[in-house]
Design a protein. Structure first.
Length: 106
């Protein structure tokens, strides 16, 4: 049996989040999202985990990647639509998380 591919949908705010990240990282971010979330986005891995609490943004999952795992992508899964909705992209620096240039509780 073949697994269905999940489509990736970005919330409008994500464009603003990307503005605070250097453009040289955009292809890494896009490629990592596509590689990790188009097939089995609901499977937990070392760098993909369900959040303990639903975030204020509505995300239920997080993936980490990039140099020193500095990038964080927060998303939720719409299983009936076979859709992964990206709600936020941030940068983790030490114990601080920055989304759209604003520090948020990690």
């Amino acid at each position: 049996m073949r697994r269905r591919v999940f489509s990736i949908v970005y919330d409008a705010e994500v464009a603003h989040h990307l503005q605070s990240i250097e453009a040289k990282h955009y292809s890494l971010i896009r490629e990592s999202i596509e590689a990790q979330l188009t097939h089995q986005p609901e499977v937990e891995t070392k760098n993909r985990k369900p959040l303990r609490r639903v975030s204020p943004l509505g995300a239920t999952w997080e993936i980490r990647f990039g140099p020193d795992n500095q990038f964080r992508v927060f998303y939720k899964i719409e299983p009936k639509l076979h859709e992964v909705r990206i709600v936020a992209i941030g940068v983790k620096v030490r114990n601080r998380l920055w989304i759209g240039g604003v520090e948020v509780a990690a």
